[in-house]
Write a protein that binds this ligand. Structure first.
Ligand code: PLP
Length: 459
């Protein structure tokens, strides 16, 4: 198809995800046709720095022929076979490798095709497990304000973003919300609310989980779903001691700790798993996105030996599955992707460079619109404010004008693909491919500086 007919066909037939399609009624739809390293190219040949790794996905960078070759080789050898009572070598090898990389006794891998399916599977496992060990009333799940955990009905019920839920209510009952670890906007009167004592704030936030379990009744609560660094709201890292306190609470009440690492796994934080970075032991890890660097879709729920045990005996089974879970081609690509991780030491690269990345973003704090810069690894949020001293944020109209009307497009026009998000307070999110180095950070800073300076005049 030529450029014109591609645009027309997209406008007429493509249903874009989480997109106000009317925005493209007259304007052309940005069409990305090629990727190379940290860059992508549009239909007109214009180059953009991929500041979001697609959607927190393309860890090893674009244009890796070895991943394409692994897919082609596997597709010609065995394109498809299910994991329903049968196995194939690539899924087995990948499960073995993930069990080695995952912390502690997380040794049992249930493959899915997406993050939502992984989260959905984790909730189903939690419910099913407690039925099998004689605690059948344990079924509720706790998650944090503004956290995103996916869009299928179960995962959406765990998600803490009212704006993407209200169209679909009533959802699966029994999702309960607790505060997140947004230290910048810690509620007045809470320990560490002035930002001076992150540990006290973390303790306060973790204790809200214990409180919620008590309110609901410990016999009814099955699991807590937490991201190592919460994405929605703009990168909330855990305060020191937060996850250690959550672990204690989960042990005390026999509630499962699910580390939702759909974004944070596979090098985003400089480790294969975010739980390793922050030194806590989950009962389940959910992951997807970066496992294949996005060359094909694949997700997984990784469960502990304790959780798998009841399903390994007698006539018991986990009554759950998806056709494409652990697809041979996806598994082969994931293995090739993990080969790149170890050969190029991508985790070490992130750890070596994260402070440099952060220092470039921190320079933006001199702009009047930049209220906070936060994150870890190659994963940052920049919160935009109307007034730095009071931390006053933008109202809905201003967000509309600033983020949708100006910022997203201006950044893209400036050559930086990233995300301006106002599902919580307005933030710009950055999560570039893990191969990025100082020259890329400098480019990101320079484009952000120029666009955010101009944005101030639109306030
Ligand atoms: C933490 C988290 N969980 C779950 C999901 C859902 O993943 P998917 O879009 O692959 O279904 C996402 C997607 O961004 C996510 O960030």
């Amino acid at each position: 198809m030529n450029k014109k007919s591609l645009n027309t066909a997209a406008r007429d037939h493509l249903w874009m995800h989480f997109t106000r399609m009317s925005a493209y009624a007259k304007a052309p739809i940005p069409m990305i046709v090629r990727g190379e390293g940290a860059y992508v190219f549009d239909l007109n040949g214009k180059r953009y720095l991929d500041g979001l790794s697609g959607l927190f996905v393309v860890q090893a960078g674009h244009g890796r022929h070895e991943l394409a070759d692994a897919a082609a080789k596997q597709a010609s050898e065995l394109a498809y076979f299910p994991l329903w009572s049968y196995a194939h070598p690539k899924a087995v090898e990948l499960a073995d490798r993930l069990a080695d990389l995952a912390p502690g006794d997380l040794n049992r891998i249930f493959f899915t095709t997406s993050g939502s399916e992984a989260v959905e599977s984790a909730w189903k496992l939690a419910r099913s497990y407690f039925k099998r060990v004689g605690k059948p009333a344990k079924h509720k799940v706790i998650s944090r304000h503004i956290a995103y955990h996916g869009t299928s009905m179960g995962a959406l019920s765990i998600t803490g973003l009212p704006s993407i839920k209200e169209d679909f209510e009533p959802l699966v009952p029994s999702g309960i919300r607790v505060p997140n670890t947004n230290l910048y906007r810690a509620p007045n009167g809470t320990a560490g609310a002035d930002g001076s004592d992150a540990e006290a704030f973390g303790r306060w936030a973790a204790d809200r989980i214990a409180e919620a379990i008590e309110f609901e009744g410990p016999d009814t609560v099955a699991a807590v779903f937490l991201e190592p660094v919460q994405n929605s709201g703009g990168c909330f890292p855990p305060p020191p001691g937060y996850f250690q306190r959550v672990r204690e609470i989960c042990d005390e009440y026999d509630v499962l700790l699910v580390s939702d690492e759909v974004i944070c796994a596979f090098g985003r934080l400089g480790e294969y798993f975010g739980a390793t970075r922050y030194g806590y032991q989950p009962d389940i890890i959910t992951c997807a996105k970066g496992m294949t660097s996005g060359y094909v879709p694949l997700g997984a729920m990784i469960a502990s030996d304790r959780l798998a045990a009841p399903f390994l005996k007698d006539t018991n089974w986990f009554a759950h599955g998806v056709t494409f879970g652990g697809h041979p081609v996806a598994s082969a690509v994931a293995l090739a992707n993990l080969d790149i991780f170890s050969r190029e030491d991508l985790n070490g690269h992130v750890k070596k460079n994260e402070a440099i990345f952060r220092s470039y973003l921190d320079r933006l704090r001199d702009l009047p619109i930049v209220g906070d810069v936060r994150g870890d690894g190659y994963f940052y949020g920049i919160e935009l404010v109307k007034d730095k001293a009071t931390k006053a944020t933008f109202d809905d109209d201003e967000c509309e004008r600033l983020l949708r009307g100006f910022l997203s497009k201006a950044l893209f026009d400036g050559g930086l693909y990233c995300r301006a998000d106002d599902r919580g307070d307005p933030v710009v999110q950055l999560a570039p491919p893990l191969i990025c180095e100082e020259a890329h950070f400098a480019e990101i800073e320079q484009i952000l500086r120029s666009v955010l300076s101009e944005a101030w005049s639109h306030v």
